[in-house]
Design a binder for this molecule. Structure first.
Ligand SMILES: Nc1ncnc2c1ncn2[C@@H]1O[C@H](COP(=O)(O)OP(=O)(O)OP(=O)(O)O)[C@@H](O)[C@H]1O
Length: 297
């Protein structure tokens, strides 16, 4: 998880959260408008470089409310940079980002670093998010007991029922990532911005968390922008896969994933359309059928 600036209200920061009071309420589905990224370029000015380095080049994309858009591309092509720019964590050198026509939105971040508060337990990290969301959405307060109950309930969904009282330093990397995911979910954002959110998880936990996340999206209809190296994961989860070129990243193709929902994080890989769609993404990345080597996705 990362820090944010003031432009886009975030979850996933230490201050992020969302309450369970809204979970499961169909009236809340698809809240927020389309996420529109228009002509965004991002440059880095590093010490020693005379000229700024272009990392993202004129990227435009849209995610309709409730749409799951995955972004794939070779290592170093600018995926994380693009996501951070969308989150408002990095300035853009050109272009614009809006959510339903506004520059502010309730965002749930899950970035590569988990950024948990080290002096708070797993449950307390999630409680902060619940508290913040409850204040923003319901303009009210929850009792400490209720907050705890909700945080523990959510952590149990992520297989952390035994670790709610532990501090981040006492958790494995995968466990910390799950707390970070629970915290982002607890914020009940209108859009999730996720950078390799499942990469630190073992195979079984990945399936469990992936399915929990997919079911939650079916219930609540949040928009998702999801960066992954894992082409199978992108096709299994997304409505559209956007393929970026090698850096500076540009959109080279958008592939519609026509596999019907509801989907299962794992079993969707056996759907008759899956292999073909997966191959289309590989083709777009420049890998021909049967290719077995390469240094990036
Ligand atoms: N803080 C920074 N300062 C200077 N250059 C940076 C910085 N962060 C990233 N870059 C450069 O920007 C380019 C894009 O990096 P980015 O991390 O966005 O790529 P990525 O596609 O997410 O990579 P990966 O898939 O390996 O995580 C790379 O060339 C990288 O070296």
């Amino acid at each position: 998880m990362s820090v944010t600036n003031a432009t886009h209200r975030s979850a996933g920061t230490p201050a992020a959260s969302q309450t369970a009071t809204r979970r499961g309420d169909p009236a809340d589905a698809s809240r927020g408008g389309a996420l529109v990224v228009s002509g965004v370029s991002v440059k880095y000015q590093s010490q020693g470089d005379e000229q700024p380095v272009l990392a993202v080049d004129d990227v435009s994309l849209e995610a309709a409310p409730g749409e799951f858009v995955a972004i794939v591309g070779p290592s170093g092509c600018g995926k994380s940079t693009l996501l951070k720019a969308v989150a408002g964590l990095l300035p853009t050198s050109s272009g614009s980002v809006s959510f339903g026509g506004e520059t502010q939105a309730r965002l749930g971040f899950v970035f590569q670093s988990d950024a948990l508060l080290p002096w708070k337990t797993a449950a307390e990290n999630v409680e902060i998010a619940i508290k913040m969301s409850f204040r923003q959405v319901s303009k009210g307060r929850l009792s400490k007991a209720k907050l705890q109950e909700k945080a523990i309930e959510l952590l149990e969904q992520f297989g952390l029922g035994e670790s709610t009282h532990k501090y981040p330093a006492q958790l494995s990397g995968g466990m910390r990532k799950r707390v970070a995911l629970a915290r982002a979910v607890a914020y009940e954002p209108s859009a999730f911005l996720m950078d390799e959110p499942f990469s630190a998880l073992d195979a079984q936990t990945r399936i469990r968390v992936g399915n929990f996340f997919l079911r939650m999206l079916e219930d609540l209809g949040q928009t998702v922008l999801f960066v992954t190296h894992d082409i199978e994961e992108a096709v299994a989860m997304a409505d559209r896969v956007i393929v970026l070129s090698k850096g500076p990243g540009r959109v080279i193709e958008t592939i519609n994933v026509t596999i019907p929902r509801p989907r299962d994080y794992h079993d969707t890989r056996f759907h008759p359309l899956f292999k073909d769609l997966q191959q289309r993404v590989w083709d777009s990345l420049g890998y021909s059928q049967g290719a077995t080597s390469g240094d990036g996705e």
